[in-house]
Ligand binder design. Sequence first.
Ligand SMILES: NC(=[NH2+])NCCC[C@H](N)C(=O)O
Length: 409
Amino acid sequence: MNVGIPSEIHPLKKVIVHTPGHEVSLVNPVIKDELLFDDIIFENDARQEHLDMLKIFKAAMPEDGEVIEILDLALKCFREESVREEFIELMIKELPYENIHTIQSDLKELPAEKLLQFVVEGSIPPKRAFNLNPAPNLLFTRDLSAVVGDHIILSRAAKKARAREFLLMNMIVKHHPLFSEVKNNTINITGNQSIEGGDVLVATDKVVLIGMSERTSFSGLMNVAEKLIETGVEHVLAVDIPKQRSSMHLDTIFTFADKNECIVFPPAIEEQKDNVVDLYASGDHVQTRRCKSLKDALEEVTEQDFNFIKCGGEEQINQYREQWTDGANVFALAPGVIVGYGRNTKTFEMMAEHGYKQMDQYDFIEEFTDKSFDYKNEGKIAISFQGHELCRGRGGARCMTMPVLRSQL
Ligand SMILES: NC(=[NH2+])NCCC[C@H](N)C(=O)O
């Protein structure tokens, strides 16, 4: 099996990432906001931080686990001339405001590597004659699709700045052998609807959470929820979240750390009431039921108790500060084994109070590079890594990963 996600926390087997490249150096202060970056970032350090994160993944994953660079997948697809042509047509159709038709014949001449460079950097050196904006957010692969069970939701971008990335992912799912088992199991939306992977969280094989956010429209959410329910998901919990920069996706304020343990940003989760709607099947209709809170809803539909760990600890000032730097955006490598930015010290302290052993990237990599890692022998661990450059793009470890395969417990 190549693709399958039973939950957010099952042991990681295959994950798609993008180590930032030159595209981030093409962001200048004038276009940074339009490109959804809060500052310009220093490519060398960002890349190093990202590579360190990948070393943690590799140390924790089984020997046959795979960390896959998205551009390797894209390049393999682009080796086929027909795929390149199809992709150029797709860009012309889906991005009419970019006027790509004016250079269609030049693009057709490009070999695979150059066409990919154009897609990611928006232009081709040395002349950089026809300039589109770069796609610096490719680093946040999470948002480009979401595997749920043995289906894959193809995202549809809410912001122009990310539209090209999403087309690239569509092309990969359609043409790359990695996705051959699921390419007929895709869930698509159309028109003006939007959904982004950062809003989709797989609690169990029967329960999926979707954020109604700045990026996922109500109609996009309803459309995807109905289709998920047709595939056998029993409950989709629609979580209404603040539509604002700091919490553009549900996973910026809520992530799973263990089977029944989550990291939450209290002001937008615990301190909200009636912000969740449970969508469930009843006969051949989808019924809705308003729930008191996310915790209530989760506990009811999973029939388990949940612990909510506070991002930033007890003090509100720290909750806000650490949410801004993605304290609530942790990525689970296995049940109770999570990765997050070390700068969110109060969040890590809270995790320690809940029984997570703290390890930094260096200790973890040193301990588990030669010795194989088995979460069943290690207990709960919170692994920190440095992300001072990466976090300026407003994304953390979960945002930077698109898991496509997790193994059974
Ligand atoms: N899943 C996430 N929270 N992704 C974060 C994406 C950040 C990116 N700069 C954007 O605004 O789109």
